[in-house]
Design a protein around this ligand. Structure first.
Ligand code: ASP
Length: 433
């Protein structure tokens, strides 16, 4: 019998996870059972993906930079990448804002519901404010300073330091171009070999993907429902219009911004593009983490969309850390929603402030579950909306996080395809697997 393609197997894992999760709720199986016996399989899967992210970035970026052969090409890639990242993110914030103003999702929240949700989730909000406070208190150039590490082994010890590794790998690659070929060749060959080893490991890990995804989704459903599924459902349905506005925004952003970039700048078919990155999208959805999805996104754009290693190894790690269109769009809808539900009027100035701060807050958000919500506090404070209002959107956040992470990784892949096609004269052709 012919083996099913990987993306079909992952989808089956996803569907089985949903059915299993719902069955657990229906049969009243205690939450601890799923948390203790099913969830660990998902955690192991995500850990494996995270495990290879750092070595992958390091080896592939060094090989990528040395493949480029000269530094001017690197600065071209860098300039175009940053420009596209910022433009698409501003578009995302604007689309979110326009939709939130048109749909007004906060109008359906009654005073009673508002109070009930605020009471239920205010504890969780207090925990998150600390992290955002630290960001608010730092100096304007602190984020830049943080890119330059003092100890490369220290940086490699924490996946949150992805940009530091990117910085060091670029420096290393450039230096390799400067030393005599007799000396650089064996070093490049070594990292080339390491790169292939890591790609082989990604293949092993992906064989586990259907099971990992099953475990992640099943435990997520059970945890969201908690011990009182009908209460959870009641709160989620009160926030349905808010969730719908965000999901609509994500679809509109992909359908307009990414579609146009691919069609007009890269001359690529959107359908082929989506087919090429579906495995990465499925993983982004199941893990809610663009950092964990990075290795698979890298593999998808290189193998299925023919993007060169030099471009993908630069654009994607950078994108996974700073380019989060989905997060930005979500933050602007959430800010308007919270203001509306709290009975506040937002002036034009506050709305412009939301676009600006959501762009910055999404750049600062890490590619891990829930990071966007923590950074939302910064958007709220600068638009004069009380941070306590965050409690209103805690309940559906994990579900929306899954959706916005899909857009985050799709945005990174779009920019990689566009930059590559401009640089290599559009030679990237999709390969069939
Ligand atoms: N989970 C998102 C990501 O990893 C970040 C967020 O919370 O919005 O891309």
């Amino acid at each position: 019998m012919k083996k099913l393609p990987l993306h079909t197997r992952i989808m089956l894992g996803l569907a089985a996870g949903i059915i299993f999760g719902l069955l657990c709720i229906f049969l009243k199986i205690p939450v601890v059972f799923t948390v203790n016996y099913i969830k660990p399989a998902g955690t192991i899967f995500v850990n494996l993906l995270k495990l290879i992210a750092m070595p992958l970035i390091f080896a592939s970026l060094i090989v990528g930079v040395t493949n480029l052969g000269d530094i001017t090409k690197l600065s071209k890639i860098g300039g175009r990448t940053i420009l596209l990242f910022i433009t698409t993110t501003i578009f995302a914030a604007t689309i979110g804002l326009v939709l939130a103003n048109l749909i007004n999702p906060g109008r359906l929240i009654t005073l009673d519901t508002r109070q009930e949700i605020l009471d239920l989730y205010s504890g969780e909000v207090n925990q998150t404010t600390g992290v955002a406070r630290q960001v608010l208190e730092q100096g304007p150039l602190d984020s830049l300073v943080k890119i330059v590490p003092v100890n490369i082994f220290g940086s490699a010890a924490d996946n949150a330091n992805m940009l530091q590794i990117v910085f060091f790998a670029i420096l290393f690659g450039i230096a390799l171009l400067k030393i005599p070929p007799g000396k650089s060749k064996p070093v490049i060959a070594f990292f080339d070999g390491v790169n292939d080893v890591i790609l082989a490991i990604i293949h092993f890990i992906m064989m586990l993907a259907p099971f990992g995804v099953f475990a992640l989704i099943a435990s997520l459903i059970v945890e969201i429902a908690g011990d009182n599924p009908s209460k959870a459902w009641e709160i989620l349905s009160a926030l349905m219009l808010y969730g719908f506005t965000i999901i609509l925004g994500l679809v509109v952003h992909a359908g307009i911004v990414y579609f146009s970039l691919l069609k007009f700048l890269a001359k690529k078919s959107f359908a082929i593009f989506l087919r090429g990155i579906r495995e990465a999208q499925l993983l982004a959805f199941s893990t809610s983490s663009s950092a964990a999805t990075l290795p698979v996104n890298m593999e998808c754009v290189q193998k299925n969309l023919g993007v060169s290693e030099e471009v993908s190894s630069f654009v994607l790690p950078l994108g996974a850390t700073i380019n989060m269109d989905g997060t930005c769009l979500y933050q602007s809808v959430a800010a308007v929603f919270i203001a509306e539900a709290m009975g506040l009027e937002l002036s034009i100035a506050s709305q412009v402030m939301i676009v600006l701060t959501a762009t910055l807050a999404s750049i600062g958000a890490a590619g891990v579950p829930g990071a966007g919500m923590v950074m939302l506090i910064i958007v709220l404070e600068s638009a004069g909306i009380p941070a306590a209002g965050l409690a209103l959107i805690v309940a559906p956040d994990r579900i929306l996080d899954m959706c916005r992470t899909v857009l985050n990784v799709t945005g990174d892949a779009t920019v990689a395809v566009v930059v590559d096609s401009r640089l290599n004269g559009g030679k990237a052709e999709p390969l069939n697997r």
